[in-house]
Design a binder for this molecule. Structure first.
Ligand SMILES: [Zn+2]
Ligand SMILES: [Zn+2]
Length: 250
């Protein structure tokens, strides 16, 4: 309970624990030979942008939501009274759908692509690659992640910690240099090899847009079976110089 009252400490310890495990797994069972030190300074700066940008964006949406009285009008009493487990499942499923739609828009709108393209700059994939998320990208993604669980479902501190850990783990998981064999579950859940296709430097980058569930890609026609596409390079379709603008997403 001490940790729940200190969310930053909770997040830090979760992060430290997860990356320790992931580092061991990637170094021992990595799917590809990679040079992890490639652009390491940029990766660390990007990680700082994510840590600071996440705080600012969630704080901003919380402020906006409370001032727009979302708490009073934008909710369902029935859903708010559910127990933790179904509430968390509903939050994960609905947020994942919203993020899928936003991600689709990012790939199909010139303005939102500017916000998103920094995420597609890595030419090697490992857990830290997921930290390449621009400042404004964090803002756009934080909207459903704040409004749905905190205002629509009114989750408590413990449920919020579970969701926070889940989203952190998912972001690390999908970017891992690891070929996961999760059997029939891969029909429903995204694996690193699934998301790797999304980072291809070809038309494939418009595919496999989901983060947790594969169902959205299957429904919207953006699904590519990771077993059928094996050899491709990663990065932007057209190489661009990375600058501070890339980090901001402008
Ligand atoms: Zn993308
Ligand atoms: Zn990614």
């Amino acid at each position: 309970m001490y940790l729940l009252n200190h969310p930053f400490l909770f997040e830090f310890l979760t992060f430290a624990f997860v990356i320790s495990v992931v580092e061991v797994v990637e170094r021992k069972w990595g799917a590809y030979e990679i040079q992890r030190s490639w652009q390491w300074r940029l990766n660390l700066v990007a990680l700082c942008v994510v840590i600071i940008g996440s705080k600012i964006s969630t704080g901003t949406w919380n402020w906006v939501s409370s001032h727009l009285l979302f708490d009073e009008y934008f909710h369902s009493e029935y859903l708010r009274k559910l127990s933790s487990f179904p509430k968390i499942l509903i939050a994960i499923f609905s947020v994942d759908f919203c993020l899928f739609l936003i991600h689709w828009l990012m790939h199909n709108s010139k303005i939102l692509w500017i916000v998103h393209k920094f995420h597609h700059t890595p030419k090697i994939m490992f857990w830290l690659s997921g930290s390449r998320t621009s400042f404004f990208h964090l803002f756009v993604f934080a909207l459903p992640q704040v409004v749905i669980p905190f205002y629509f479902l009114k989750i408590d501190a413990l449920e919020a910690s579970v969701l926070l850990s889940f989203s952190l783990i998912i972001n690390i998981w999908v970017h891992m240099n690891y070929k996961a064999n999760i059997g029939f579950l891969s029909w429903f859940f995204i694996t690193p090899q699934y998301h790797r296709i999304h980072h291809a430097n070809s038309y494939l980058s418009g595919m496999n847009l989901g983060f947790v569930h594969t169902v959205w890609d299957r429904l919207f026609g953006t699904y590519v079976d990771p077993n059928k596409v094996q050899n491709f390079d990663l990065g932007l379709v057209r190489d661009e110089e990375i600058s501070w603008k890339s980090l901001l997403g402008i």
